[in-house]
Design a protein around this ligand. Sequence first.
Ligand SMILES: Cc1cc2nc3c(=O)[nH]c(=O)nc-3n(C[C@H](O)[C@H](O)[C@H](O)COP(=O)(O)OP(=O)(O)OC[C@H]3O[C@@H](n4cnc5c(N)ncnc54)[C@H](O)[C@@H]3O)c2cc1C
Length: 453
Amino acid sequence: MRITRRTLLLGAGAGAVSVLLASCTPDPKPSPSPTPTREPQPQPGIPEPAARLRSTWATDPFAYGAVSFVPVGVLAETRTQLARPVGDRLFFAGEATDPDDPGTMRGAIRSGARAADELADPAEPGERVAVVGAGLAGATAAARLADAGLEVTVFEARDRIGGRVHSITDDAWPMPVQLGAWLFSEPDADLLSRLEGQEIGVIDLAGDQWHGPEGEVEPVDDQPLADAIAAAQAGPVDISLADALVEAGSDPADPSLAALLALLSTTAGADAAELSSWFPPPLPPAAVQGARDSLLPLVEDALDGVRVSLSTAVSRIAHDESGVSIRLGTGEALSFDRVVVSVPLGVLQEQDIEFDPPLPFVNRSAITGLGMGDIETMWLRFDEPFWESEAAVWHTVGADVGIRTWINLRPATGENILVGVVGGEAAADFAALDDTAALEAALQSLAVYAPAD
Ligand SMILES: Cc1cc2nc3c(=O)[nH]c(=O)nc-3n(C[C@H](O)[C@H](O)[C@H](O)COP(=O)(O)OP(=O)(O)OC[C@H]3O[C@@H](n4cnc5c(N)ncnc54)[C@H](O)[C@@H]3O)c2cc1C
């Protein structure tokens, strides 16, 4: 066994800190997806997959959604208000607090570094610090605070670290299944070089294909969307992306535009009718790479040497000028000097953590003002490929299907794996399906890619 700083610290801390005992007590588990009651209906031309796995972030009690977004009428700087520290005791991290790259791994990492620096400023060496949440933001904050000489304990509600980074290694799959973040684009250069350092493989998802019921169609141009945003940004009030398109003379229901907007919702988490045109999400990148291996080492590495208490939901955070009291789901209360709260926006919106005194108005209005969007994914492995396309990314145009965006892993890996990605309201609908209905919806969505007889 490799002796890491983490194992040494856990050994030294065991017995001394009641926190570690808390990790043995049960806490609320994510609710299982609805139980399937029947066999899926076969789809002509599409074989039954040999393995399948799906996400249900929309109903996950430790996320309540996938990524934050700026709804129409809300200022982007609301994110900075969400991040505002309270009384030099409470500090906030997490993708939703990052003004530049929300809804991404790099945004989460940067937010953790920012919150740690804010906390370290007023802190004295040796102070006891709690970090709530062991996703990328919490792990980054914890690592930085431990390096600054503070005594750090991370509380994580799940029985695993990583949060919305969730790589599943399973014998039924030739490569890890990624139910959360796993795609990178050009702005992720720093992150990609960290993956390289940790020998986490990355694949190029090169080439995309736009496909309708009658076969391949012309790629959809995103320039009209960019033009509509530019025009709306000159307007007197914020309007939704959908309204911006209408004002620019486009029809968001047009099959090509609808396909582009469906793609946008797979990264933004929300539909054009909800998204601000003054502060729009970035348009999906042209070139994408994906993780070939588990992303767990990325989070493990950050938490190396830090005491982590798994299955330990925090239910209440009280603070005054002398310090912070953290109450766990078990009812146990522990004292710290300061705390970094890195739970998802959805958890704050659901008020699953009580703050005493209540958070200042500015933080509370940021929590209610920002939106928590939905993205779901479904991984399907087939014994044999039924498709011929060598393109890595498929966009479905003009077919009324549940999942319009598919990633074909065959060209990059040789594996017969298709990954469906769906965002916005369609993702919330998809998450509400039981496993059989979700598989049926996925296979129906693939019907346009089955070979014609
Ligand atoms: C389906 C999907 C696909 C995505 N795809 C990409 C992508 O390809 N590329 C990309 O860059 N980004 C992607 N993202 C976004 C990315 O995953 C997130 O921005 C990032 O992982 C968020 O990190 P975080 O630390 O802010 O939050 P989280 O990872 O959610 O961490 C917060 C932690 O807090 C814990 N927690 C919650 N409540 C409590 C509590 N009461 N007490 C203690 N702990 C608690 C949670 O369990 C969680 O572990 C995707 C997200 C999803 C859901």
